[in-house]
Design a protein around this ligand. Structure first.
Ligand SMILES: Cc1cc2nc3c(=O)[nH]c(=O)nc-3n(C[C@H](O)[C@H](O)[C@H](O)COP(=O)(O)OP(=O)(O)OC[C@H]3O[C@@H](n4cnc5c(N)ncnc54)[C@H](O)[C@@H]3O)c2cc1C
Length: 493
């Protein structure tokens, strides 16, 4: 990718630049060299310690192994605007955008040879409007957000795991412990600041550019780079939360309790939970855990008591805060593995859950795991209250609820086995999908934040939504700059 022209301090839009013929050759031989000249101290190169450190923060080793020609650390929207207009478009460079780097999709937030826009320096958390709102930088992680807000006795309907980045999580939907009250995290966003593919910096909300405001909610970065996110705050009360562990024979009882929890959500918005089971090759056993939270801190609660009444191996709920709970869950999610993740959606049926469990058991018997390999399956109810609170592109009818969001994660360590495990994962996905269809429990929704590279979340949207999204795309990216420039994160062509 040869660099052709340089417009320092450009005020032209990227689209104008893109349409202009190439001009004088420059002294900078690569886009990264030019970027480094424009933004001294904000570009790091292979071999530098800051580059190595940043590469090690990815959730999946496959993403960490991609090797961008440089990593660019913008400090705000204007830096991104200049970089796009002066460097990226004129040189036809490819970029990836990384907020927290927690995507399991290889190439979603890092890129071989291209330039990774690493938003980690855009991580401010600023409370405003007399404590009623907070403006968050996309490069913040939820632990930073909760830590800052807690000092003012505030919180927000955000991520359940402290290390996850705000940017990708919000733009892909965002499943929080407040989902029954406020829907997906993206539903409660009040405003986004975004640099569009055309290079414009816009604040979008329900009254300004409302088409783009809506399209950003669930499209995982297909409409530009989000540089600020404004959300309403919530009072930080204590919460009652924790994990309970069960033995395999009690799994059907736990599935029933999860269904009861979800079907009663309209009467009890404050209690949420999910059920995970995992095969741990190192210990050659399955483990079964439920994580429960009452967001109002009520400890004697009927829905929680139903889980506590099932004989369990251990665990308990305690009075804590959202931030501490996010740190606790983080501890069971270590970095350092190769990953493959996919998702499915079904109706909320204990029969479907046990059928999926049996398929995973057979899968474990037939799969040659690495010594520390893991397969984990998580069942998360999408309650009718959650679906009623939606204002996003998913368009899931509340009457379809409660649904069950399923995520399947494979972890391994040996790079020689990448093809084997992605093949196994695809086969498992197929088997689970077929079983759900046979049971008449399959739902087509593909949750963007859990989708694999092979799954297209847009494919599950209805035709009216797709037409509106296409019109919005045409309006803000008429030259289709984004899919050429950001090959790893664009799903809408
Ligand atoms: C341990 C763990 C726990 C999780 N827990 C939850 C959970 O509780 N609820 C839930 O809903 N999801 C959860 N997820 C899924 C998570 O929401 C997604 O992986 C999400 O994409 C991570 O966001 P990120 O910023 O860290 O990711 P990144 O890898 O940085 O980005 C993911 C995608 O978003 C795009 N993107 C990121 N930032 C921007 C931006 N500012 N502008 C435009 N595009 C952008 C990237 O290009 C990329 O395609 C979890 C994931 C992990 C690994």
């Amino acid at each position: 990718m040869g660099l052709r022209r340089l417009v320092l301090g450009a005020t032209l839009t990227a689209a104008q630049l893109y349409q202009q013929p190439a001009q004088t050759p420059l002294q900078y031989t690569t886009p990264c060299a030019l970027l480094g000249a424009l933004f001294p101290e904000q570009v790091v190169f292979p071999g530098e310690q800051d580059y190595t450190n940043a590469q090690q923060k990815y959730w999946s080793i496959q993403q960490a192994e991609l090797s961008p020609a440089c990593r660019f650390l913008p400090r705000g929207a204007r830096d991104i605007q200049i970089a796009l207009a002066d460097v990226i478009y004129p040189s036809n460079a490819s970029i990836a955008i990384s907020s927290g780097g927690h995507s399991s999709v290889t190439g979603a937030s890092n890129i071989d040879d291209g330039i990774t826009f690493d938003l980690s320096e855009m991580s401010s958390v600023n409370v405003g409007d007399m404590g009623k709102t907070v403006v968050i930088g996309p490069g913040a992680r939820w632990r930073d957000v909760y830590g800052t807000l807690q000092k003012q006795n505030l919180t927000v309907s955000g991520g359940r795991v402290g290390g996850v980045g705000v940017g990708g999580y919000v733009l892909g939907g965002g499943f929080s412990f407040f989902a029954n009250q406020y829907g997906w995290t993206c539903d409660s966003v009040l405003e986004f600041e975004v640099v569009t593919p055309q290079g414009e910096i816009l604040w979008v909300n329900a009254g300004h550019h409302e088409d783009l405001f809506w399209a950003l909610k669930g499209s995982l970065g297909a409409y530009g780079i989000v540089t600020k996110i404004k959300m309403p705050t919530l009072p930080s009360t204590s919460v009652y939360a924790g994990a309970l562990s069960y033995a395999q024979p009690h799994f059907p009882l736990v599935c029933n309790a999860l269904k009861n929890l979800a079907t009663r959500a309209d009467d009890d918005l404050s209690t949420q939970g999910y059920l995970s089971f995992a095969w741990l090759q190192a210990e050659k056993r399955f483990e079964y855990d439920v994580y429960l939270m009452n967001t109002e801190g009520q400890s004697s609660h009927e829905a929680v008591a139903a889980f506590e009444a099932i004989p369990r191996l251990g665990g308990q709920l305690t009075t804590t805060t959202i931030g501490k709970s996010a740190d606790d869950i983080d501890r069971s999610n270590p970095l350092g593995f190769r990953r493959f993740k996919f998702t499915l959606t079904s109706t909320l049926s204990p029969g479907a859950m046990t059928a999926m469990h049996d398929i995973v058991k057979t899968f474990v018997e037939q799969t040659k795991f690495d010594p520390t390999g893991i397969i984990g399956v998580t069942f998360q109810p999408l309650t009718s209250s959650h679906l009623k609170a939606q204002k996003n592109i998913f368009n899931l009818a509340p009457s379809h609820g409660p649904l069950l969001l399923i995520s399947v994660d494979l972890w391994w360590t040996n790079a020689d086995r990448d093809i084997y495990f992605s093949g196994q994962a695809n086969k498992l996905q197929h088997d689970l999908e077929m079983t759900l269809k046979k049971l008449d429990a399959f739902h087509p929704f593909i949750y963007p934040n859990y989708a694999s590279r092979e799954q297209n979340p847009f494919a599950s949207l209805n035709p009216v939504t797709m037409r509106m999204l296409a019109a919005t795309k045409h309006k803000y990216d008429p030259n289709n700059l984004w899919s050429r420039t950001v090959p790893g994160s664009t799903y809408l062509n």
